[in-house]
Design a protein around this ligand. Sequence first.
Ligand code: SAM
Length: 230
Amino acid sequence: MRIDVVTIFPAFFDVLEVSLMGRARGAGILDVRVHDLRDFTHDRHRTVDDTPYGGGAGMVMKPEPWGEVLDAIASDATSPLHFVFPSPAGRVFSQSTARAWADSGEHFVFGCGRYEGIDERVFAYAATLGTVSLTSLGDYVLNGGEVAAMAMIEAVGRLVPGVVGNPESLVEESHEDGLLEYPSYTKPAAWRGYDVPEVLLSGHHGRVAEWRHDQQVERTRTRRPDLLSD
Ligand code: SAM
C-alpha cells in the first residue's frame, strides 16, 4: 500500500521506522513517503500560512504550497488517489473506516493541517485529483493533523495483509464485530491474589468461546452502550 503524508513537521513520522510498521516498510508492504510542505514554497521564509480573510484569530494554511505538493504526488500516483485531511470538523474515523480503506486498493495521501486549518479551496482542488475525506479522530481538538494521521495510518496499515504476523489476531479485536474485546490473561494462573477465571483453564473450547462472548456483551453494555444501540 502506498501512503504519502504532507506535513510541516516530518519528524512526527519518524516513529513509522519502529515496530510492526517499520518492519512492514522494510519489507515493502507499506510504502510511506513523507513530504515537507515547506519544500513547496518559494519565498525566503518558506511561508505556509497567512491571515484569515474576514478577520479572526489565528492563521490559515495558504493554498499554493498545497496545490504544488498535491500535483507532485498526483503525477506519481500508483492507483486511484484518496486524500485524507484530518479535521475535528470531519466524519469520525472508526474501525470500519480503517477496514474499508485497507481493502480499497487506493493510494492514500494524508494532508496534515496546522494553525486554524487549511484554506478550504484546497479540498475542492484535491477533489479534482481523487477522493477527498475530511476525517476526525474524535470530538476534541489537537494542535495539528500529524497525530491524527499517525493513528489512522497505523489503524489502516495493520490491516494490510502481511503487516501483522497472525491475521487471526485482527479478527477477534474490539470493534471488528461491533463489540469490545473480551478480557485476556496469561501465565501465571495465580498472581498477587488474583486468579485467572476457571473456565479459561478448563481446556473446553465451547465453554471458553461462550464465556468470552458473554464478557464481550457485558463489557460493551457497561462501557460503550452506544455501540449496542446501533
Ligand atoms: N480551527 C479548527 C477547527 O476548529 O475545526 C481546528 C484547527 S486544529 C488547531 C489544527 C489542525 O489539527 C487541523 O487542521 C487538523 O488537521 C488537526 N486536528 C485537530 N483536531 C483533530 C481531530 N480531532 N481529528 C483530526 N484532526 C485534528
